[in-house]
Design a protein around this ligand. Structure first.
Ligand SMILES: Cc1cc2nc3c(=O)[nH]c(=O)nc-3n(C[C@H](O)[C@H](O)[C@H](O)COP(=O)(O)OP(=O)(O)OC[C@H]3O[C@@H](n4cnc5c(N)ncnc54)[C@H](O)[C@@H]3O)c2cc1C
Length: 455
């Protein structure tokens, strides 16, 4: 057999892409894209999008795959921006930072810290990509702080034609409000300009308290703390609270043993073992829940903000989270707690309650209202759907808006009325991606078909 010339070999290797299976963090969503493109910069990103459009393939960007929904799935071209993580410019005086969209939050916050800067607020992990976190309106807690997307001053978006559009409030206010939380439906963002704040530390105390004592006083507790979070412990009358204040005091991290006990043993190994035991022996869950609650002690940390916000999450789970008007927080939480008891739902993960200020990104879950977020979780391989559907029915009564990256059973038909600026978002989408190059099944389901094409 004639040998294939070396140059042709190289060409074949370049052109033939082995199908790669992609899975999300929870390992419950999977797809085999036609190919995965890994651009190293904006120019390569634009070329990848043009190539896909020419071939009639749809395009989906992926961050760290930490969304629980099918939002990243595609049989077209998947864009992985792991090679686009550079910090492009820092202005310490104004706090404005230009950064490539694929940067992981832990890398970004570590670099910001070296410049004496920080993100204004963060969620409870930092393994997401910046673009992925922003696209789904990822948030932390604190009634004076908005979700992460509120600090986007501008971005550069690669559209369906491969052109790069510079977006900020002055140039195009509607596109700016749409692109901050886009669910990936407008194009692929190559970089952001973020408003950051001077670095700060957080003093946080975690402790178990009687649920009634906390819930009766919730408004005061939320107002008195920079960040306040309630983790209601199912099948018990207790809640675990995370109460944080910003401070200039010197760092005083917890001792090694305390950190290992709390972060490794209790929050991960112990919780994981208990959840899987509960999955196999559901009847034992209430007793296990009470036993677990009994071993959670007070835990105190004082450290740089990015170190305190981020937790290790080694137990794989799936999650649903709803944003509801803050005034309904206690009532809605009480209904979820009662549901778990009444239906004997074998869940050990806490019901998480957080708070944010309103903002104005068209698809932000906190658009135009003081918001409480209520989240339920279930360990992977355990049945979650009947539980989540029952919780969703409660949240529907409060005009709940589901987190775009977490499980829900809504569609564009049920969501449109819950977003006052829904049509404004759709107008920007029709302008930037009229033929739905960036519309996958999830986007078609939750945002509807694009203007120029039936999905
Ligand atoms: C353990 C765990 C803890 C979590 N904690 C929190 C929390 O505290 N608060 C909270 O609000 N959420 C939380 N989440 C949810 C998570 O923040 C969101 O699902 C987030 O979107 C995940 O980021 P990612 O980088 O993994 O994005 P992916 O899940 O990979 O993608 C999310 C979306 O972003 C789009 N996208 C990615 N890159 C681009 C780009 N360059 N341009 C345009 N669109 C793009 C994708 O197409 C997709 O629609 C948590 C999730 C997990 C698994």
């Amino acid at each position: 057999m004639a040998a294939i010339p070396r140059t042709l070999c190289t060409a074949l290797v370049k052109e033939t892409t082995v199908a790669e299976k992609w899975r999300n963090w929870a390992r419950q969503q999977a797809c085999v894209p036609a190919r995965v493109e890994r651009p190293a910069d904006e120019e390569q990103l634009s070329a990848a999008i043009k190539r896909a459009a020419r071939e009639g393939l749809r395009v989906r960007a992926v961050g760290s795959g930490h969304s629980f929904t099918d939002t990243c799935l595609t049989d077209g071209v998947m864009i992985d921006q792991t090679g686009m993580q550079r910090v492009l410019g820092v202005d310490r005086a104004t706090g404005l930072v230009r950064v490539e969209a694929g940067v992981k939050l832990h890398r970004l916050t570590a670099e910001l810290h070296q410049h004496g800067l920080a993100l204004e607020n963060q969620g409870d992990i930092d393994t997401q990509s910046l673009a992925g976190a922003l696209a789904t309106a990822t948030h932390g807690t604190g009634e004076r702080f908005r979700n992460l997307s509120a600090n986007v001053v501008g971005c550069r978006l690669v559209t369906a034609t491969g052109d790069v559009v510079e977006i900020d409030e002055a140039r195009d206010p509607d596109a700016w409000r749409a692109a901050r939380v886009s669910v990936g439906a407008l194009g692929v963002i190559s970089s952001y300009t973020l408003r950051c704040v001077p670095a700060f530390r957080i003093h946080r105390i975690d402790e178990v308290r009687p649920a009634t004592e906390v819930l009766v006083d919730l408004d005061r507790l939320v107002a008195e703390h920079d960040h306040f979070e309630v983790m209601a412990l199912p099948h018990t009358d207790k809640v675990l609270t995370y109460a944080s204040q910003r401070t200039d005091r010197p760092a005083a991290p917890p001792g090694r043993l305390a950190a290992w006990w709390n972060d490794d043993l209790l929050s991960n190994a112990g919780l994981g073992a208990a959840c899987h035991f509960g999955r196999l022996f559901p009847g034992a869950v209430p007793r296990v829940a009470r036993a677990l609650t009994g071993v959670i002690g007070r835990y105190e940390q004082l450290n740089d903000s990015h170190r305190v916000y981020a937790h290790k999450r080694r137990v794989r789970f799936t999650e649903m989270e709803y944003a509801i008007p803050r005034v309904h927080a206690v009532e809605a939480l009480e209904r979820v707690r009662a549901l778990i008891v009444a239906r004997w739902i074998p869940v050990l993960f806490p019901i998480e309650v957080r708070f944010t200020a309103p903002d104005d990104a068209f698809l932000s879950t906190a658009y135009g209202r003081d918001t409480a977020y209520i989240a339920v979780h279930q360990v992977v391989r355990a049945e979650y759907e009947p539980f989540f559907r029952a919780v969703e029915a409660i949240m529907d009564e409060y005009e709940g808006r589901p987190h775009w990256g977490k499980r829900h059973f809504q569609s564009a038909a049920t969501l449109a009325a819950r977003y006052p600026a829904w049509q404004d978002f759709q107008a920007v989408r029709a302008r930037l991606d009229p033929h739905g190059l960036f519309t996958n099944d999830y986007v078609a389901r939750v945002l509807g078909a694009p203007a120029g094409r039936e999905a």
